[in-house]
Design a protein around this ligand. Structure first.
Ligand code: ADP
Length: 462
């Protein structure tokens, strides 16, 4: 028997949570559930069926083959698993089905609580044009450019580009993962860029809608974490800097973003919470901004838990996953904005199973894992001695997080923790991270979203 009858509202209390994910985030969610006295069901693919971490949960169920499309992305199989095991809620984690409005909807229709926002909010924010429109309406600063799809009329498109001013970026409304966008530096290449992006968008995202905005040349990536309950309350939990990216993938994240005063970010944080109220948002979410020359520009909202949530947990002292589960149960947020106080500085390094020079994924058996310890050191991971890293999924195998009173102290703690951490038997990016954390430019907080790629190039040439 499910603990939610079919007629129940989406936020009825539940006793058992099905975790529709794998790896470190499945372990993270399982721990939060256990602390709340909830039972857990983990699902897995055939590739993960022998994973030790599955034994932590009350039930561990293989739902399909290694190919994610047939297991971790198989909505029907996941909902059936929830019914068979008596789960009353589904936590999607990040990636996989976490930002699929159809999944949130299917879970709700099955009479289960979706630990995430309602389908309508995911759909609004999943379409970048409607997201931009909603943000403008809520007073959130956006990148200059219209909040409408590009028309077919060639002259009108040229006029829009001229009004914005070159360089511009043409983006797919349904784009994601850094795909479906093209920078246009001069009028001569505008139409070709639009045609190519439109075709790519049609094939990859099922919608040919495009929009155009100003291309910012040296921005930082700054984001704001929010959490909202089902009773009209919402708070923002400070900001993070995730500018250290390679191929649009974040590598090092930190909170707070260096050099941004609390007074300066506060109106932006307030506008994010206001936007959540306007779109009927519930759960955790992240507003992503580009920040250039002292101004913030919204680019997208992630309607889910993020990989880098721990740096905000460390500075705010708030267990984001615990709160996320509780608001899905209908519990009012236990704090208001005046009770949110972020202290110190936190940094996260993503530990990937990959070659530290070529970044090629590295699968296989982990011979030995030695985790760093000490004041202000946290490791979120699912691996252990003998764990087999599967070639089928993301190469993230651990997150090393530190917290210290100041940024320079956090960098010192991270350097030592990286030096102490060992993962033998497979290649990892630990040597790369050790070198990166010695970089003086990073230490001075002089990064933008191109910094890491340039650093890698320079390092290769050195
Ligand atoms: P996705 O959903 O694919 O992650 P985003 O809209 O978040 O797409 O953009 C991904 C990345 O593309 C950003 O982190 C940034 O590096 C770059 N980008 C997007 N829009 C702009 C812009 N207007 N100016 C400069 N860079 C941009």
């Amino acid at each position: 028997m499910s603990d939610n009858p079919l007629t129940s509202a989406q936020t009825l209390p539940f006793q058992t949570v099905l975790i529709a994910n794998r790896g470190e985030i499945a372990v993270r969610i399982e721990r939060a559930c256990r602390e709340l006295g909830l039972k857990t069901v983990m699902i897995c693919s055939e590739a993960d069926r022998h994973a030790e971490y599955g034994k932590r949960s009350d039930q561990f169920l293989c739902i399909g083959p290694a190919t994610a499309g047939k297991s971790y992305l198989n909505q029907d199989a996941i909902i059936l698993a929830a019914r068979l095991t008596g789960a009353g809620a589904v936590h999607p984690g990040y990636g996989f089905l976490s930002e699929k409005a159809s999944f949130s909807d299917a879970v709700a229709k099955a009479g289960l609580a979706f630990i995430g926002p309602p389908a309508s909010a995911i759909a609004t924010m999943g379409d970048k044009i409607s997201a931009k429109r909603a943000m403008i309406a809520a007073g959130v600063p956006c990148v200059p450019g219209p909040d409408t799809a590009l028309p077919d009329d060639a002259l009108a498109v040229e006029r829009t580009a001229t009004e914005i001013g070159y360089p511009v970026i043409v983006k797919a409304a349904g784009g994601g993962g850094g795909r479906g966008m093209r920078v246009v530096t001069e009028p001569g290449s505008l139409h070709e860029a639009i045609a190519l992006t439109r075709e790519e968008a049609r094939q990859a995202f099922g919608s040919a809608d495009l929009y155009m905005e100003k291309f910012l040349e040296h921005p930082r990536h700054i984001e704001i974490q929010v959490i909202c309950d089902n009773h009209g309350n919402g708070v923002w939990l400070g900001h993070r800097d995730c500018s250290m990216q390679r191929r649009h993938q974040k590598v090092v994240e930190e909170a707070p973003a260096p050099g941004i005063s609390p007074q300066f970010i506060e109106p932006v944080g307030r506008a994010c919470v206001e936007a959540c109220k306007q779109i009927g948002y519930r759960g955790v979410g992240t507003f992503e901004f580009l920040y250039e020359d002292g101004a913030f520009y919204f680019i997208e909202m992630n309607t889910r838990l993020q990989v880098e949530h721990p740096v905000t947990e460390m500075t705010s002292g708030i267990d984001i996953v615990r709160e996320q589960i509780m608001v899905a149960q209908g519990t009012p947020l236990p704090m208001d904005q005046s009770q949110v106080a972020c202290t110190g500085h936190s940094i996260e390094c993503r530990i990937n199973a990959e070659d530290p020079k070529t970044f090629m994924p590295s699968a296989g058996a982990v011979a030995e894992v030695v985790l760093p310890k000490g004041q202000g050191v946290r490791v979120d991971t699912h691996i252990h001695d003998g764990y087999r890293v599967s070639p089928y999924y993301d190469s993230l195998i651990a997150k090393l997080i530190v917290h210290a009173p100041t940024r320079s102290a956090a960098i010192a703690t991270m350097r030592e923790a990286l030096a102490d951490m060992r993962i033998e038997g497979i290649e990892t990016n630990l040597p790369f991270l050790r070198e990166l954390l010695q970089d003086e430019g990073f230490a001075r907080g002089e990064t933008d979203i191109h910094y890491l790629e340039k650093w890698i190039k320079h390092r290769g040439a050195a």
